[in-house]
Design a protein around this ligand. Structure first.
Ligand code: VGL
Ligand code: ZN
Length: 188
């Protein structure tokens, strides 16, 4: 495959997935070195703001009793409880005032890993003429994976910024990357 270098362009969007305290060391569902992507994402945000690229930040925002929690038959320990410290964006993440926050994971009947899942994000991006997405954030093998594959399904070109994401485990991170590539994502 030719090595095409891609640059952000004004009708792209930068998507920052779930860069929240609970997914970083010290949090309730910590990803090893999760915090290390924050300065990397800040540089992408700075570039995006300079070019006029819109920034979207998703957040996992679970009510107590959420179905994704182990106590309720789900896979995960409780995390990103609405309004808790763990649910806040990482304190070093510098989101511009113009960033749009996408809240997900609020339903009692199902989880929403993808920032596109019943949020209307696709509608909004299309309304704004966005064709291509640069995706960063946590976790690469869960919500980033789901967001990238949903973005592709909805007809966007999607670029995963590999230095701006971290998986929960190395192995499932490798699987996730293969799945994203097979689904048509570029890995930058
Ligand atoms: C996530 C596990 C549970 C994520 C969210 O943001 O990747 N992972 N909830
Ligand atoms: Zn969650």
């Amino acid at each position: 495959m030719p090595n095409i270098r891609l640059n952000m362009e004004p009708d792209d969007a930068l998507i920052v997935v779930d860069v929240q305290n609970d997914f970083c060391p010290g949090g309730l569902l910590p990803i090893e070195d999760g915090h290390k992507i924050v300065p990397v994402i800040n540089r992408w945000i700075e570039a995006a703001v300079t070019i006029g690229v819109h920034v979207y930040a998703s957040r996992d925002w679970h009510p107590l009793g959420h179905p994704s929690f182990q106590d309720n038959g789900g896979l995960w320990p409780p995390h990103c409880i609405q309004d808790s410290h763990g649910a806040r964006f990482h304190p070093d993440l510098i989101l511009p005032a113009s960033a749009i926050v996408i809240t997900k994971g609020v339903r009692f009947d199902q989880d929403q890993n993808s920032a596109f899942d019943q949020t209307g994000l696709s509608f909004k991006l299309k309304k704004d003429g966005i064709k291509r997405l640069w995706v960063s954030g946590l976790a690469e093998d869960v919500c980033v994976l789901a967001t990238v594959t949903d973005g592709l399904k909805d007809g966007f070109e999607v670029i995963l910024i590999s230095k701006a994401t971290k998986p929960i485990t190395i192995k499932s991170g490798e699987n996730a990357r293969r799945n994203m590539r097979d689904a048509g994502a570029y890995i930058e």
